[in-house]
Ligand binder design. Structure first.
Ligand code: BMA
Length: 334
């Protein structure tokens, strides 16, 4: 698939962070040579900065970052960048406004995603409310964040909005879970007329059989905001394998039907990226590559993926969307 045949519905983003494919590399995704792009101690009291979301904003980028502090409390912080590489992350924690006091009480928040949707930047995150569930808020300026109702009952994680309405309704992927280090997990699709009431839940994907694709055989969860292409929604998602040394988080790709995204058109058997470098294999939780955001340039097909490494730092990886779409179809296990 080349740029002339694949249509990518995304902004033109000539300033997205980028590095050419290293010579001799045939993989559809390659790591930034200066990874980790965000170190664990960028803030005076941060223990780790990982699993975070970025979007184009004004003449640069903005983001919502998962920063665990040195009390090991999980919090969200706002950050800005001109180039997507050098980040100015605010030291003060992000606090939401406007929600019903019952859900507004801050307990913890982690693994944010951000998308521009109907002119507002919507944040979804894993929000502590009698256990983990999906919190939702919107902002126009990355200063004031208006919280709305939690989307689902606890327990749920990896709530990922689509960047436009589908069939006239807002749409979100999520992953029902438990209160701990959940040993199961399928991806589901839900719809809402108003970003408050969610229903029409549909099953999207289960973990793969271990003899078919072991990196995703225990649980899976949606990663960055899905990218609309003429071949379907390109979804990057993480998958977990349970080894004798604990969980291993890798990520791969799938194509979902444009109008009925709970229908999976193809799904990669090989991983796109698995923990292999020292910063992915060593840290607070070894062997984790966990993508939460991707920047795309529809003019060139380039993609820059931000992923958490070992629950400690943030990495960047690059690729071309038409190649990833081709690769997903070619290596599909469906
Ligand atoms: C998941 C989430 C992620 C984390 C991963 C690996 O359950 O808590 O935030 O990156 O585990 O520890």
């Amino acid at each position: 698939m080349d740029m002339n045949t694949l249509k990518i519905v995304a902004p033109v983003l000539p300033n997205l962070p980028w590095e050419d494919r290293p010579s001799g590399c045939a993989a559809p995704l390659w790591r930034y040579s200066k990874n980790p792009v965000i170190p664990r101690d960028l803030l005076p009291d941060s223990n780790s900065i990982f699993n975070s979301a970025v979007v184009p904003f004004k003449d640069g980028f903005a983001g919502v970052f998962r920063c665990d502090d040195t009390n090991r409390r999980m919090a969200l912080h706002v950050g800005f960048s001109k180039d997507g590489i050098h980040w100015d992350i605010k030291t003060e924690v992000l606090r939401f406004t406007g929600a019903d006091p019952e859900v507004a009480e801050w307990v913890y928040g982690y693994d944010p995603r951000v998308t521009l949707l109907d002119g507002k930047y919507w944040v979804s995150w894993c929000n502590g409310y009698h256990g983990p569930t999906i919190g939702l808020a919107w902002t126009e300026d990355f200063e004031t964040f208006h919280q709305v109702e939690n989307a689902f009952l606890p327990y749920n994680r990896n709530g990922v909005l689509f960047p436009r309405k589908i069939g006239g309704r807002y749409a979100m992927l999520s992953r029902p879970s438990d209160t701990g280090h959940t040993a199961f997990g399928d991806i589901f699709y839900s719809e809402s007329p108003d970003m408050e009431f969610w229903g029409h839940h549909r099953h999207v994907m289960a973990p793969a059989a271990f003899e078919v694709s072991a990196w995703q055989c225990m649980k899976i969860g949606a990663g960055p905001i899905p990218i609309e292409t003429s071949e379907g929604w390109l979804l990057l998602y993480h998958g977990v394998l349970r080894s004798c040394n604990g969980y291993v988080y890798s990520f791969g790709s799938a194509l979902l039907d444009l109008d009925q995204p709970w229908k999976v058109l193809s799904r990669s058997g090989p991983y796109l990226l698995s923990p292999q470098t020292p910063y992915e294999c060593m840290g607070d939780v070894p062997n984790v590559a966990f993508p939460c955001a991707a920047l795309t340039d529809s003019a060139t097909g380039r993609i820059a993926v931000y992923y958490g490494c070992a629950d400690t730092v943030t990495g960047l990886a690059f690729g071309y969307i038409p190649e990833i779409v081709d690769w997903t179809k070619k290596h599909s296990i469906l």
